[in-house]
Design a binder for this molecule. Structure first.
Ligand code: GLU
Length: 428
């Protein structure tokens, strides 16, 4: 349960862009901009603990399969660890650690009293039956239970996990404790202590950032063209929300392929198609988009809402959008930042743009601890106010330093984490 076995120097990158190297590079840059001394920088950059577990799961045919799982606490100086659990075949220790570090920065940027954590299991959930998924979730929860708790670390949905999975985590933790523990996870169904407004909160925050950045840049939202990569929990509501702002979502892509319609895709028809077919490909309301074309399309807004590493330096060189608002975690590699800066493409970074989800999680955690559910309007207005404050603070910090919004956001987050770390001092 210690971080010492894990290289955190950014080495060991494989063919795929290394997400941990990217986050550490950005934290190091922010530490320099913030004038942090080396010790404080190291305290913030190194994950507090990395727990790797073997998760044996009995398949429906009786076979036992052993999967790898992780839960990482990156930094808990501002509060309990917070961050999702993802089930994906490419999950590994470096990715989970990178995502936990992103959560540290993100929670600080939106100024909620949480640190950064993340979890994952290397598995393709599409290959599991419902029973297998439940057994995997419960065994993984048991294996990492020593790290979890309303005051320690609070998981939430992430890639390929949802309210149902959160309900199993909550139930497993409650069975272990002998009492209902609703504050141990967020993103739960309403019937067991979930919050109004949690579903769709990430997308709502992304769209608020789109409105804010377009206003700052003097761009018209109405009639503007947008492309969205990803049609999952975040991407699908985004297509609706961007269209309802008056934008034309001209292209959408998921793992199956992409569709393109210069007049704007019909969100309801696309959603109905994906409901039936299970994927974007084959949608009759648009033309087939060739692989790699989405980000090349001439448009005002690009929203990556899938996995990390989507915008490489090469993609950035040919990006057709004027503005990128990052709904996914880590979609842009650091080399692409330089290209985008040179090409005057404005990026609203993930740690700000997608922070609506964890902000709604914070509200859910507060409600669970109060035992007092909030009205939907209260959740919506507080979410709006938090995102507005975070956007303003990021804009201001970036402006003071004369740097990109990404660098400004990471500095803002790191300064807040550093203040907490300094105030708490060094134990023993
Ligand atoms: N998975 C989401 C994120 O990456 C939400 C995390 C949470 O609510 O804890 O921000």
């Amino acid at each position: 349960m210690r971080a010492t076995g894990l290289a955190v120097d950014g080495s060991a990158a494989g063919a795929r862009p290394d997400p941990l190297a990217a986050v550490l590079e950005r934290i190091a840059d922010a530490a320099t901009l913030a004038g942090l001394d080396d010790g404080l920088h190291q305290m913030i950059a190194m994950p507090e603990r990395v727990l790797e577990v073997a998760v044996p799961v009995r398949r429906d045919d009786g076979r036992i399969e052993v999967l790898r799982g992780w839960r990482v606490h990156h930094d808990t100086s501002r509060g309990p660890g917070k961050g999702g659990v993802r089930f994906h075949p490419l999950v590994d220790a470096r990715e989970v650690t990178a995502l936990a570090a992103e959560m540290t920065v993100k929670c600080a940027v939106v100024d909620i009293p949480f640190g950064g954590a993340k979890g994952g299991v290397a598995v393709d959930p599409g290959t599991l039956s419902l029973g297998e998924l439940e057994r995997l979730t419960r065994r993984y929860t048991y294996d990492v239970a020593s790290l979890l708790g309303p005051e320690r670390d609070v998981p939430a949905p992430d890639v390929n996990t949802d309210g149902r999975v959160m309900a199993w985590i909550m139930d497993t933790m409650s069975m272990l404790r002998g009492q209902a523990v609703p504050g141990v996870v967020t993103g739960k169904p309403l019937a067991i202590g979930g919050s109004h407004g949690h579903v769709g909160a990430t997308s709502t925050g992304v769209v608020q950032c789109v409105g804010a950045i377009f206003a700052r840049l003097g761009l018209d939202v109405a009639g503007a063209r947008a492309v969205v990569q990803g049609y999952g929990k975040v991407g699908a509501p985004l297509v609706y929300l961007l269209t309802s702002l008056g934008m034309r979502v001209v292209a959408v892509e998921d793992v199956s392929g992409g569709v393109y319609n210069p007049a704007g895709l019909d969100p309801a028809a696309l959603s109905a198609h994906v409901g039936r077919a299970g994927a974007v490909v084959g949608f009759a309301g648009g033309d087939v988009l060739a692989p790699g074309e989405l980000f090349r399309l001439d448009c005002e807004l690009a929203v990556p809402a899938a996995l990390d590493g989507a915008i490489t330096a090469e993609v950035a060189e040919h990006l057709g959008a004027r503005v990128v608002v990052e709904a996914a975690n880590g979609p842009t590699v650091p080399e692409a930042d330089d290209v985008l800066d040179r090409r005057d493409v404005v990026v609203v970074p993930d740690v700000l743009a997608n922070a609506g989800g964890v902000t709604a999680s914070y509200f859910e955690w507060v409600q669970a601890r109060q035992g007092y559910p909030w009205e939907p309007d209260l959740v919506a207005s507080r979410l709006h106010a938090s995102m507005e404050r975070a956007f303003e603070a990021t804009w201001e910090r970036a402006g003071q330093l004369g740097v990109s919004l990404r660098r400004g956001a990471v500095v803002l987050g790191i300064e807040r984490v550093a203040e907490a770390t300094r105030l708490r001092g060094l134990f023993p």
